[in-house]
Design a protein around this ligand. Structure first.
Ligand code: SAH
Length: 181
């Protein structure tokens, strides 16, 4: 769970460093890094939009766009990071226009995490998810569950063999809890 990850990385900072080195190497082998897609997307939209980057890593988004970006991670790789568990971020309800999870939806409590994203997003706000393609067992079931969590699909790009890029809009608060899994 995200809480266990927070405890692990707090008690063993080296584990975080090793994780991040591995992550950077792995994504470096991909033809395209999804974080660049998200930066391009944000640059096409007004710079006045407030962004929350859940699991920001080294803050590529905050350092590449003019928007106000709240950057959350378990360990500060950059001074721009607010250290917290992404299941409980220090933001007011309905205070952000765009929530981003770029290769960061790894907590087994992802439902709780997505409910937190729903809480901080304004009505009609955008949720961007980039996730490793092979992690999706059933994309239709995932999209249905997202609907129950208060997100409707706006666009989905499944063309990369490495990652899926999904854009949602917040339709309202979570309607009911989707089936586990
Ligand atoms: N979004 C960045 C980094 C992705 S790596 C990029 O695309 O470059 C995934 C990041 O999520 C890691 O930095 C990891 O520490 C963070 N993360 C994982 N679980 C988290 C949690 N529960 N709360 C906050 N950050 C978390």
């Amino acid at each position: 769970t995200s809480r266990e990850a927070a405890q692990l990385f707090q008690s063993d900072p080296e584990a975080f460093e090793i994780y991040h080195r591995g992550f950077t190497q792995q994504v470096g082998r991909w033809p395209e890094n999804p974080v660049h897609r998200i930066v391009r997307y944000l640059r096409r939209r007004p710079a006045s939009l407030v962004v929350a980057d859940f699991g920001c890593g080294d803050c590529k988004i905050a350092s590449s766009v003019r928007n106000k970006v709240h950057s959350f991670d378990l360990v500060p790789l950059s001074p721009l990071v607010t250290v917290c568990d992404m299941a409980k971020v220090p933001l007011a309800a309905e205070s952000v226009d765009v929530a981003v999870f770029c290769l960061a939806l790894m907590g087994t409590n992802l439902q709780e995490i997505l409910e937190e994203a729903n809480r901080v997003l304004k009505q009609g706000g955008t949720l961007m998810v980039a996730e490793v393609a092979s992690r999706f067992e059933d994309i239709r079931a995932f999209m249905n569950a997202m609907g129950q969590l208060g997100f409707k699909s706006v666009s989905k790009d499944l063309s990369s063999a490495f990652f899926h890029l999904l854009e949602f809009a917040k339709t309202g608060p979570p309607r009911r809890r989707p089936a586990p899994g």
